[in-house]
Design a protein around this ligand. Structure first.
Ligand SMILES: Cc1cc2nc3c(=O)[nH]c(=O)nc-3n(C[C@H](O)[C@H](O)[C@H](O)COP(=O)(O)O)c2cc1C
Length: 158
């Protein structure tokens, strides 16, 4: 039995909303973005979320305590930006398109289902990933869209 492979295959059967987490590194002046499915609401008081990010990803070192990130919950038509931010080889193309808008230097995806802006309050290292806990400081909602979902290795429509 290969527990890692069984775990991966079991997770592959589930359906997740697709998000893009984005941040700006003020030291290097570089924008970063990563496609994630690991965003979870954590608490209502204070309003907070958590996201699990691989330590090898480009964005990881830009996510520091008291720094800001945005979570764009993608709309069903936005699989292209999900692919850009979720594919290693496309990392230099992530911001060369019309998908983005910026607030206080931090990017977010225009016309996504919602954008949740956070300030990082806690970081926990566990194995290959870090868990980032962010307090919610602003929410942009777009009620006219359907979410982009990912399951069984592909994008799904509802
Ligand atoms: C649908 C989907 C969900 C993903 N979820 C996560 C996640 O929750 N955490 C994570 O670290 N990587 C996740 N990834 C993988 C990263 O997006 C991918 O490895 C990305 O290329 C890493 O960023 P980098 O290329 O800048 O290193 C996901 C990818 C896809 C397509």
């Amino acid at each position: 039995m290969n527990i890692k492979e069984d775990f991966r295959l079991a997770l592959r059967e589930l359906v997740y909303p697709v998000c893009v987490v984005s941040a700006h590194n003020h030291e290097t002046k570089v924008n970063h973005a990563i496609t994630v499915s690991s965003v979870t609401s954590l608490s209502f008081d204070p309003p907070s979320i958590l996201v699990c990010i691989n330590k090898d990803s480009r964005i990881h070192s830009s996510l520091k305590k008291d720094s800001y990130f945005n979570v764009s919950f993608l709309s069903s038509s936005q699989s292209e930006i999900s692919n850009l931010c979720g594919t290693d080889e496309l990392s230099d193309k992530r911001f060369e398109n019309e998908f983005w808008d910026f607030k206080n230097d931090v990017g977010f995806i225009k016309n996504s289902q919602s954008v949740i802006s956070c300030v990082i309050k806690e970081i926990t290292s566990y194995g290959s990933h870090s868990v980032f806990i962010g307090n919610v400081i602003e929410v942009i909602k777009n009620n006219d869209t359907k979410p982009l979902l990912y399951g069984k290795g592909d994008y799904l429509d509802i």
